[in-house]
Design a protein around this ligand. Structure first.
Ligand code: MN
Length: 432
């Protein structure tokens, strides 16, 4: 007999993978751990008849000759497997999307870094042209959405998105999906959050308030990033880190959140062997002292700040300028020659306005092209300082609907930053 199982604290990706396993291994029995996430529990009890599951007590382990493990690859994540673990004649297949190395000693393994484990199994379902029912497609889509944060987590791959499309083609029901996809804040998350709130810390790094909190946790707790996110919001911190200590596994999980562009969580986490985005990221470290991690994060925060990109790194200079008595005719020629869409207007080293291609619409009649630029320029003079961040520049450009900002230091214009300069940074094309 073939047995399919998955990790404890079963989430929708794991539950979907169990069901997908029954499609790929005909006659195999799905074993659901006793501890499952609350929303999975709700789903499985409503759909008992459609998705039949077995529990440890229902299984005669002596009859199992093949074990299929999905969405994990470690013995410790499985429920009551000691009997099977000791067997040398047991055949093992593994489907997993986690990076860690397996200790299951499988005969066959499909392990890839991909947003959701179900995506790997859908690949095979498609290849074998196995027909999905709308309910199966719906369940798989819930799993896929949950594990990829609705296809937004950085772990999401193009194949995950194609797989979601395939499930919708196979009549996955988004209404059902939304009923079961919860933000993931449950009793376990609340307990961790309350533990963190008992001893809140606050440190000033540059201009920002940063909270680094260490908590000991037991077992697998999903959605710790949500906990850190809420912790940051409740304490009104600009940056928050949770150091989650898993004594049982001798590991620490660090999760960071930042709402300020000067503190890039992704680059801090990369220094610690993890990854992420400027606003959110995580890392996992084995055999480390949590106090040392706290210190390390502080060091990285201080370093990160100095290294953050400023307008002075992105701006163009020297700046091509015109004076306020330059004729519009001449300005047009400058724009054409320099291939830019606008230039600052400067008199005696002082910025008096900005003229852009758009302002030429105000010039009615060719004769007025002889008129000086001061009659048509915009004199709102929205500027930026060289120490500002690219995010600040982007904010000003959007707010005032302008394509360039003069960079001002000691009342003098020292450079100009254009929309395309800022974009270079946001799309990570800027050489760091
Ligand atoms: Mn998963």
């Amino acid at each position: 007999m073939q047995l399919i199982t998955t990790h404890r604290s079963t989430d929708f990706d794991a539950f979907s993978s169990l069901i997908a396993g029954t499609l790929l291994y005909r006659g195999a029995v799905p074993l659901l751990p006793k501890v499952v996430n609350p929303n999975v529990k709700a789903f499985s009890s409503i759909h008992k008849d459609l998705f039949e599951m077995y529990h440890v007590d229902d299984i005669d382990f002596s009859r199992i000759d093949k074990l299929i493990v999905v969405d994990t690859n470690r013995w410790t994540r499985l429920e009551k497997m000691d009997g099977l673990k000791a067997r040398s004649d047991l055949e093992i297949d593994v489907w997993d999307h986690h990076e860690e190395q397996t200790d299951l000693n499988p005969n066959w393994i499909c392990q890839e870094k991909i947003g959701a484990n179900i995506t790997l199994m859908i690949r095979e379902i498609k290849r074998r042209k196995i027909k999905l029912t709308p309910m199966q497609a719906t369940l798989f889509l819930i799993g896929l959405y949950e594990d990829t944060g609705n296809l937004t987590f950085s772990s999401t791959t193009a194949e995950d998105v194609y797989a979601a499309g395939y499930l919708l083609e196979n009549s996955a029901d988004l209404t059902v999906l939304n009923t079961f996809l919860q933000p993931g804040y449950g009793v376990k998350q609340k307990d961790v959050l309350f533990e963190m709130l008992k001893s809140p810390t606050r440190e000033k790094i540059g201009n920002y308030s940063v909270g680094i909190n260490t908590v000991h946790i037991e077992g697998h707790i999903s959605n710790l990033s949500l906990v850190v996110h809420m912790y940051r919001e409740i304490l009104n911190l600009e940056v928050a880190f949770g150091i989650f200590v898993h004594e049982e596994h001798d590991k620490c999980i660090i999760i960071g959140r930042s709402v300020v562009e000067d503190i890039n969580i992704g680059s801090i986490m990369r220094s610690m062997g993890g990854g992420g985005h400027p606003g959110a990221g995580s890392a996992m470290l084995k055999s480390v002292n949590p106090d040392a991690l706290h210190e390390w994060i502080l060091e990285l925060l201080k370093g990160n700040q100095q290294a953050s990109v400023q307008i002075s790194d992105l701006m163009s200079y020297p700046v091509i300028t015109v004076t306020s008595d330059t004729s519009m005719e001449k300005v047009a020629e400058v724009l054409r020659k320099e291939g830019c869409t606008g230039v600052p207007v400067v008199d005696n080293d002082r910025l008096v306005g900005v003229i852009s291609r758009r302002d030429f619409r105000k010039v009615k009649g060719d004769s007025r092209m002889k008129n000086p630029v001061k009659a048509f320029m915009s004199s709102r003079n929205i500027t930026i300082t060289p120490e500002s961040s690219p995010m600040e520049a982007a904010r000003l450009m959007v707010k005032y609907d302008i394509g360039r900002l003069p960079v001002i230091k000691n009342d003098r214009i020292i450079g100009i930053i254009s929309r395309s300069d800022a974009m270079l940074y946001f799309y990570d094309l800027f050489p760091h």
